[in-house]
Design a protein around this ligand. Structure first.
Ligand code: SF4
Length: 375
């Protein structure tokens, strides 16, 4: 479907998209390093936030700056900065997620200096009662620093408009995900990932128009994805589209995910409140949790299990970015939880480059096992 292909093109040509956007709007672009960054505030300042993503290419530039036993994602995106691939960005923003990404941000600000750089503290225990006032203050300070940077106030009306654009995007993405629940999903996991990744790197107002068009066209789509064994993918980030294509080329279809370039990015909205800073802070506190933030209530577990059941998942692929501690601690209990609920899973470990050939054999064997269990 041609409209779906446009999401893929935006993602694949993301640097050109951002450069073109700057040229046609005359506005600035910021890179951001984690999905806990309150993008709405950047957007309200008239600046385009784009998520810094890796390239999965081999590289030898990060070793002097960051440990090789830091996760491949943190090293890959630092490499993008050091190689100048984000040199169109006017600023870089990081919201504290984990130590590896913290180091990437520290190296980035030292070696890839930009006009604006900002560290936003996000407490590890976001579910603690003290997190709300703390994060509200962080959002307020961030707003103020952007006002100083641009020389223009960010009014409540500006924030309302940004919240509306972002909430609309989240709502539309959930509608798209609804079309994957049935026996014949209307889009594949690869296509859904292209949608989410493209929303992270493009102007959400433009992305919303494209999503609306796709949602109109999907019910009469002719080139439907091939149905197969229904899989869930669980990971930190899973932006290796090549790997998703590999799985979906093997008589399987990915119907749902718990990844930070999937449901965790868009599942919940900002709820209206008189204090906009508070409303935005609460949205990030209440979002589906990353394990680096889910220390108190362990909300991530019921979230994953509910999705697996609602989307009638037959098996799960659990991906670990090598050396990622927050996810590593969660993986054994997640796999046990799925097993106790009759959902087998397979564990794969990713590095910067993704050895697709090796993974093919393992995913094939997993799918064969699932087929035998289903007979
Ligand atoms: S993959 Fe893990 S270690 Fe790497 S940035 Fe994400 S949470 Fe941090």
């Amino acid at each position: 479907m041609e409209t779906l292909d446009q999401f893929r093109k935006i993602f694949q040509n993301r640097h050109q998209y951002a450069r073109d956007w700057k040229a046609r709007t005359g506005k600035q672009v910021f890179g951001y390093l984690c999905t806990y960054v309150p993008e709405e505030v950047i957007y309200a300042a008239g600046i385009l936030p784009v998520r810094v993503l890796g390239s999965h290419e081999p590289q030898d530039v990060t070793e002097p700056h960051i440990y090789t036993m830091f996760c491949p994602f943190s090293r890959d995106i630092l490499a993008q900065g050091l190689q100048g691939r984000y040199n169109y960005c006017d600023g870089i923003v990081y919201a504290h997620s984990c130590l590896h990404m913290r180091q990437t941000f520290a190296s980035w600000t030292k070696h890839v200096p930009m006009k604006y750089q900002r560290y936003i503290f996000v407490p590890a225990k976001v579910q603690s009662p003290r997190a709300e006032p703390l994060l509200t203050k962080e959002v307020a300070d961030f707003r103020k620093s952007l006002e100083e940077f641009t020389g223009k106030p960010i009014t409540d009306k500006d924030l309302d408009n940004a919240i509306d654009v972002y909430n609309t995007n989240r709502r539309l993405m959930r509608q798209v995900y609804e079309t994957r629940r049935g026996e014949q999903p209307l889009i594949s996991g690869t296509e859904a990932t292209h949608m989410v990744l493209s929303s992270m790197v493009s102007d959400k107002a433009e992305h919303n128009k494209l999503l609306e068009k796709a949602l109109k066209e999907l019910p009469t789509r002719k080139d439907l994805p091939k149905p197969g064994t229904r899989l869930m993918v669980i990971s930190s980030i899973l932006d290796s589209v090549e790997f998703l294509e590999l799985c979906e080329g093997l008589d399987a279809i990915i119907v749902i995910d718990d990844v930070c370039d999937g449901t965790r990015y868009f599942w919940n909205e900002v709820q209206p409140m008189e204090d906009r800073n508070n409303a935005i802070a609460l949205r990030y506190i209440n979002r589906p949790a990353c394990p680096a933030k889910d220390w108190e209530k362990r909300n991530r577990f019921p979230f994953i299990l509910n999705l697996a059941k609602e989307y009638n998942v037959q098996g799960a692929i659990v991906v670990q970015q090598k050396f990622c501690d927050p996810h590593e601690f969660d993986i054994p209990p997640i796999m046990n939880m799925l097993k106790d609920n009759g959902i087998p899973s397979i564990f794969l470990e990713f590095d910067i480059t993704v050895p697709v050939g090796q993974f093919r054999t393992r995913v094939e064997a997993f799918l064969e096992m699932l087929q035998l269990e289903l007979v």
